[in-house]
Write a protein that binds this ligand. Structure first.
Ligand code: MN
Length: 503
């Protein structure tokens, strides 16, 4: 899985030389204490590294340039314990390419009412020092997160930790490679998009490969490796006896294992972080990859079906953000509705490719025919998704820019078992309800494909969109169609004015 402890946030404190060395030493000591506490917090998944207190334009610019090129640094946390005149920060902030979080905190939690004097006030002056600092970022129109509160508060550490996850996902996307086997599902619009614009905006590259390149890897798999992997399947999943070694249908399972091993070899050799395929282009593959895709997603690969590279990249970003959190993340599709008067629900699934990280209990390995594609019966893992809160997210290509749509949902238990449905699935009630949520989603141009997560909250996705500089439309408990339609129209104008042709 993705290890977030390899990443760093740089904790940067602004000040000025006016205060003299004794006060600056105290500022540095307090900053070190805060950085160490944040680094040790279970709510913060990355390391937080103290950097020397900055008191000059030259030091600020040098630090920002150093952060830009530091491969472990995913973002910069700034704080002004004292006052740091912000004209000193202009050059540095204009150079800075890493995400910024402004932590508006104070070293001392409480005012010592009975003993407070001018020395205390002059040291603990973030209340105005950070406003000067915030002004220059607003003046520079910088996207950033502002977190307010005492640094020891769990909610403050959690907000910073959520942002750190988004910053890590952003870092992961820079230079990331995604493989597209075949092209798009023919005539489908929503899974298409501008790959050049996506690379400029998000930093990842998507390139196509002939499925024959994959078939060569699949055909290169050894019988010994297939033996080993099918044994792993038998130990990991519930399987009918005729699918096990020696069983009448075991050959299907061996073929699926061959595809998994070949696909993994291809992705490893090319250092890919995700991929797409399409059932319309499987020449030389015996089955549409099912269990292979499911297991690779569980390892952290992004995936989108039918050529959906935007969702593949989004699922990868969500996997990075969710690393180490309880609950899983998967490629998903709004598949079919339950329009019952007592409450409408969505059944989410796909033909095969749902990640077992969202499974309740042990998945069942099954082989069934697939109605489309004209290939042999594919092997897939079948399971239900446990009840609880979650969300769906979709990246929309609007032609001049990208939009992130998010809908919070509540996964509910299936009313009765679905023994004849041979795919992994989840049943949920969108917030505030299906009628409103789906209308908002459709007005927003959201795809049927999504990244679905039981691990992430709206805050992670909001932070990611803020870092990426894209629109984020949140459909939650407070959503109304009227307000969302207004928001979409206003955003259209905002992004046209603020980003113009470079959206
Ligand atoms: Mn689909």
């Amino acid at each position: 899985m993705i290890d977030l402890k390899q990443f760093e946030l740089w904790f940067v404190t602004g000040s000025q030389s006016l205060y003299g060395p004794a006060v600056l030493r105290e500022v540095a000591a307090h900053s070190q204490e805060i950085a160490a506490a944040l680094s040790a917090s279970a709510a913060v998944p990355v390391r937080v590294v103290f950097k020397p207190v900055l008191t000059s334009p030259e030091a600020i610019a040098a630090l920002c340039q150093e952060a830009n090129t530091a491969t472990a640094c995913v973002g910069v946390v700034t704080w002004c314990h004292t006052f740091s005149p912000s004209k000193m920060w202009i050059n540095g902030l204009r150079l800075l390419r890493k995400p910024v979080l402004h932590l508006h905190t104070q070293h001392n939690r409480d005012i010592p009412w009975s003993s407070i004097d001018m020395d205390f006030m002059n040291l603990n002056q973030a209340a105005h020092g950070d406003r000067e600092h915030g002004f220059i970022m607003s003046r520079l129109r910088m996207n950033r997160k502002v977190v307010v509160g005492h640094w020891q508060e769990p909610s403050v550490q959690q907000r910073l930790g959520a942002w750190a996850r988004a910053a890590a996902a952003w870092h992961d996307a820079q230079g990331a490679r995604f493989a597209r086997f075949g092209d798009n599902m023919r005539e489908v619009a929503v899974t298409e998009g501008d790959k050049v614009a996506a690379q400029i905006r998000f930093g990842y590259g998507v390139n196509g490969y002939g499925v024959g390149d994959l078939v060569r890897c699949v055909n290169g798999v050894t019988d010994a490796d297939i033996d080993r992997l099918t044994r792993e399947y038998e130990q990991t999943y519930a399987m009918a006896s005729d699918l096990r070694a020696g069983g009448a249908r075991h050959a299907s399972v061996r073929e699926a294992a061959r595809i998994e091993l070949g696909l993994r070899a291809f992705l490893t050799a090319g250092d890919f972080k995700g991929f797409t395929d399409t059932f319309e282009d499987l020449h030389g593959l015996a089955q549409l990859p099912g269990i292979a895709v499911q297991r690779l997603m569980a390892e952290g690969y992004g995936f989108g079906a039918e050529g959906d590279w935007k969702t593949a990249a989004l699922v990868r970003a969500m996997k990075v953000m969710a690393s180490g959190l309880p609950g899983g993340t998967s490629f998903m599709e709004d598949y079919t509705y339950h329009f019952h008067p007592a409450g409408a629900k969505v059944l989410g699934a796909h033909m095969l490719e749902i990640c077992p990280s969202i499974a309740a209990g042990q998945p069942s390995l099954q082989v069934h025919p697939l109605g489309i594609g004209g290939k042999a019966d594919p092997v897939r893992l079948v399971f239900d998704t446990p009840a609880g809160p979650g969300l769906n997210a979709s990246i929309v290509d609007l032609g001049n820019r990208f939009r992130l749509l998010v809908n919070e949902v509540d996964v509910v238990p299936a009313e009765v078992p679905m023994p004849k449905l041979p795919v992994a699935r989840g049943v949920w009630v969108p917030r505030p309800n299906l009628e409103t949520a789906a209308a908002c989603w459709i007005h927003g141009g959201g795809a049927h494909h999504t990244g679905f997560s039981r691990a992430l909250t709206r805050e992670h996705l909001e932070d990611y969109a803020e870092i990426a500089g894209i629109e984020c439309v949140m459909i939650g408990a407070d959503a109304t169609v009227y307000r969302i339609k207004q928001e979409l129209r206003w955003n259209e104008m905002y992004y046209a004015l603020s980003q113009g042709w470079n959206g």
